[in-house]
Design a protein around this ligand. Structure first.
Ligand SMILES: *[C@@H]1O[C@H](CO)[C@@H](O)[C@H](O)[C@H]1NC(C)=O
Length: 198
């Protein structure tokens, strides 16, 4: 085990901490917004500007998390098995298709749709059902996880696979909170539309 993962490297724990922190941060911030409108109040009651500010903070935290992950990988032992050409080809395929999923999802949803606008009362007119949502219900999460796995393979780092597993686990838990919440927000709009129509 010692030659697969170096548990004495502080960067390993820093990376795990940033992976855990990010989804926790945006779920707490978004729920707080939904119940107390803290950011919207801070931004002169402009929900759109408040949402953009949260989006920017989530985006920057994501960049920091990725940078910490990469530097943590550099401090870890490399396993030759992962440097095999098949594994390297898989790395390129995973990072490539993961990036396509993330970027196409952002393109389809826009900034507010990507970054929890529904918690600010900014709802999409229609549910997006085209690509990449016809491939997976959560393209952002799958795409991001695939990029983490691909990066671990690319650098040949078993520790990266463990951290990528942690990313996947965090997203699973986050989805368990986010999906029912989003469904309820949209269901409420439908009920209100129904009331108006009748
Ligand atoms: C998803 O939709 C795109 C067009 O929006 C289409 O080209 C693609 O084949 C669809 N994929 C699946 C798995 O249905």
């Amino acid at each position: 085990m010692a030659n697969l993962i170096d548990f004495t490297q502080p960067s390993l724990y820093l990376s795990a901490a940033t992976i855990l922190f990010n989804p926790l941060y945006w779920n707490l911030a978004a729920r707080n917004e939904y119940h107390h409108r803290t950011l919207t109040t801070l931004f002169n009651h402009n929900a759109l500007h408040a949402n953009y500010a949260l989006a920017l903070s989530i985006f920057l935290l994501g960049l920091a998390r990725d940078a910490v992950y990469e530097s943590a990988l550099r401090a870890q032992p490399t396993h030759p098995f992962l440097l095999h050409p098949i594994s390297q080809a898989l790395a390129v395929a995973l990072v490539g298709s993961g990036t396509v999923l993330v970027l196409s999802s952002m393109y389809a949803l826009g900034i507010t749709g990507t970054y929890l606008g529904d918690y600010f009362g900014i709802l999409m007119d229609e549910m997006v059902t085209g690509f990449p949502f016809n491939v997976t219900g959560s393209p952002m999460y799958w795409g991001s996880t695939m990029s983490f796995v691909g990066t671990a393979l690319w650098f040949g780092k078993p520790a990266g696979l463990v951290l990528a597993g942690l990313v996947w686990g965090c997203y699973r838990v986050a989805l368990g909170f986010e999906d029912p919440f989003t469904r309820e927000i949209y269901a409420r709009r439908e009920r209100e539309r129904g009331k108006k129509a009748s």
